[in-house]
Design a binder for this molecule. Structure first.
Ligand code: PLP
Length: 452
């Protein structure tokens, strides 16, 4: 029996990223409150938030300092925009702090309200800059199959997943996708990670040469692929990609919307994987998700071009109402202060071995083909045959079923096809990590019985 709230939900909401037909029968999971790494539904049932919401609630669900900071800022100045040179203290302070901790030299920060709009900003700046530099043919952007960069028109084009393109008339022309660096799925039999990386770098180079290097402007990548299935890069991958991009003067955009702020065991995934990024997209953990805020970090070189262009044509015609929202910026400043004070990166490094060990142990389960993680992010791939890596029929929905069983066991996680991700709040303790995987093991056993 669906609850009253569930019935009202079905009659009123179109849910993002939801099978809208199935939702009419199943109804929503209605959450009511949260504390630490736990959330509670309207019946009071407890769940470990194994996905930190959508890879974002790094400081968990009841951080009083963030709540108080938001309240104070709301009372003082609940809104001002930053158009036309208007400004405010939290926006300035946050930009200074971001510059301090940036993993590559950056000059300025441009704010938005979501990861998607940050990546749209990246695309627009690349186009704008190359027009300004008198090379209007250098506009193409290369992304990767299974990469995830958002849902707005340009960022959904960068995303390399079929559901974001089919019937949406995307991707836009000039946005291309190179191979997905998933060694478990796409390596040739016996191909080492290093050899696989070399092959992918050679494929990227072929694509650039085929298109014409003077037409390719930028390459975008997440340090760890999130919504594509929590996929870690193979050994040597970014080192080889760095070299190709440098050879053809192609800008490297690092999409740190998930990996930024400690997720991989360094403040930034760019550092973890030695990415020679020119510019970086940030969102989610920048405010521990307590407020929508995103930021694009820009190099001096790009910034100088934008300023020169303003001298010629006037206003830089880009930006949205909530860019640099004072409440979001104040929360972000506090979030960064807490990360530093509580030594969040050190904490991730301390608990990560337990996370990775328990995740990899799932690899012994008869349903699990691959289990890999770094820092506090990772995933498992459920397969029909471990030996041959043969997948289940997609429409059987094995990954999704394991997530339903996990929910019964008091764990929220997320299936992307038959890959299931784990990405808990960064404040998680070792005992909570053990409990999270105990719950998923029970869910996997139920899935095995069901799948027989
Ligand atoms: N980039 C990456 C790597 C993401 O994981 C996401 C969202 O999950 C986005 C961009 C889009 O962010 P948003 O959903 O805030 O638009």
């Amino acid at each position: 029996m669906l609850s009253n709230l569930a019935v009202r939900d079905i009659e009123t909401l179109v849910h993002p990223y939801t099978n809208l037909a199935t939702h009419r029968e199943v109804g929503p999971l209605v959450l009511e409150s949260g504390k630490g790494v736990y959330v509670y539904d309207t019946a009071g049932k407890e769940y470990i938030e194994g996905m930190a919401g959508l890879w974002c609630t790094s400081l968990g669900y009841s951080n009083q300092e963030l709540i108080e900071t938001a309240t104070e800022q709301m009372k003082k100045l609940p809104f001002t925009h930053i158009f036309g040179g208007r400004s405010h203290d939290p926006a300035i302070e946050l930009a200074e702090k971001l510059k301090e901790i940036a993993p590559v030299p950056i000059s300025k920060v441009f704010y938005g309200a979501s990861g998607s709009d940050a990546n749209d900003t990246q695309v627009k700046i690349v186009w704008y800059m190359n027009n300004a530099l008198g090379r209007p043919q250098k506009k193409k952007i290369i992304s990767r199959l299974k990469g995830y960069h958002g849902v707005t028109v340009a960022s959904a084009s960068l995303t390399g997943l079929p559901n974001n393109h089919i019937d949406f008339d995307l991707p836009l022309p000039g946005i291309m996708h190179t191979s997905c660096p998933h060694h478990y799925r796409f390596a040739e039999p016996g191909e080492s990670e290093q050899d696989f990386s070399s092959r992918l770098a050679a494929e990227l180079e072929d694509m650039i040469l085929r298109e014409g290097p003077d037409t390719v402007a930028a390459f975008i990548a997440e340090p760890v692929m999130g919504a594509g299935g929590a996929i870690l890069p193979p050994e040597g991958y970014f080192e080889k990609i760095n070299a190709i991009l440098a050879k053809y003067d192609i800008l490297f955009i690092s999409d740190e919307v998930i990996t930024g702020f400690g997720r991989t065991g360094n403040m930034f995934g760019t550092t973890t994987y030695g990415m020679k990024a020119d510019t970086i997209s940030l969102a989610k953990q920048i405010t521990s998700a307590y407020f929508p805020l995103s930021a694009v970090m820009l190099s001096e070189q790009v910034y100088d071009v934008l300023v020169d262009q303003s001298r010629k044509i006037g206003v830089f015609g880009h930006g949205n109402t909530y860019a640099g929202h004072p409440v979001g910026c104040a929360i972000a400043v506090k979030t960064l202060e807490i990360y530093q004070r509580e030594k969040i990166v050190e904490h991730v490094r301390k608990v990560s071995p337990t996370f990775v060990k328990r995740l990899e142990k799932l690899g012994e389960h008869p349903l699990v083909g691959e289990a890999r993680g770094v820092g506090l992010i990772g995933g498992v791939e459920l397969v029909k045959d471990k030996q041959t890596k043969a997948p289940f029929e997609a429409k059987k929905g094995v990954g999704a079923k394991s997530v339903v069983f996990a929910q019964e066991e008091g764990l929220i996680t997320r299936a992307m096809g038959d890959r299931v991700a784990f990405c808990p709040p960064l404040i998680i303790t070792e005992a909570e990590i053990e409990e999270m995987f105990n719950r998923y093991e029970r869910a996997l056993n139920k899935t095995l019985n069901w799948a027989k």
